[in-house]
Design a protein around this ligand. Sequence first.
Ligand code: JF5
Length: 316
Amino acid sequence: MPSLWRPTAQIVESGAYRANVEDDTPLQDSGSDTGPARRPPKWLVSAEARGGAGCPGPGVYAGTVRIDIVTIFPEFFGVLDVSLLGKARQSGLIDVAVHDLRDFTHDRHRTVDDTPYGGGPGMVMRPEPWGEALDAVLASERMPGAGTLASAAMPAPSHERMPGAGDPVVVFPSPAGTPFTQATAAELAQEQHLVFACGRYEGIDQRVVEYAATRGRVREISLGDYVLNGGEVAAMAMVEAITRLVPGMIGNPDSLDEESHEGGLLEYPSYTKPAEWRGLEVPPVLLSGNHAAIAAWRRDQQLERTRRVRPDLLPE
Ligand code: JF5
């Protein structure tokens, strides 16, 4: 690839890497014990979102949201390419990288799980690969005040810092977490760096969550009261809900529109042309041109629908 076209950061053969500007060296060797190097799918890297040729690296543009996803199934996240990255890349506002947890193992079988202490069914994800993966994705974190005169002073080592506003948010999708809502999505859409740690098996060694809390602001978040095979599908849903709310996103619905979903009512039913289709008619009020009547009808529909299917959303 001609250097002019080289992205400022790229995913390397080991699966996923976001290198800093000018640095495409993997932070960790995936090891030669894993057979021939695999070519990363093109969606693993979002060069456009990182600024493209000749542009500064991620985090340079105000408003860029960085999202790292750590998983043993990086291929799962190919669908993000279709659902959001196309738009997000064009806007340059969202920078997503997917990382294979197994790239942070050192044994020939790339082991990520083991039997639970204390006994019981299933397997638990071992802490070591998670520690290395989290260190890697958090390594290029820009310190508060970076690039200013104040940054000349040595920052405190991260293990002595208490994570606070501006530090990365580490999300552990888990049925044991707090419920994910539109309000959660709106909050997370304001962050600069989100890390999704997708667990599998019976879960991740709890010390990983403890450790992550020393490096970032940890959120254990549930998509709903059901059990999935892993955090991937939950993470994907969260990423989609969050990214569509990122300020400046192309096609970003305006905030007034969004507000009707936040602690509000369900949507009213929508119709478009033709006015009659297979014997089914559009409610005449919508064709009346009477804007007050239309607004009243829509409100009424919202209330009726909410009472019927989601009474829990209504006060008392
Ligand atoms: C998971 C360890 C995560 O099942 C879920 C989930 C449900 N709602 N939100 C997340 O995550 C799967 C399994 C094991 C961590």
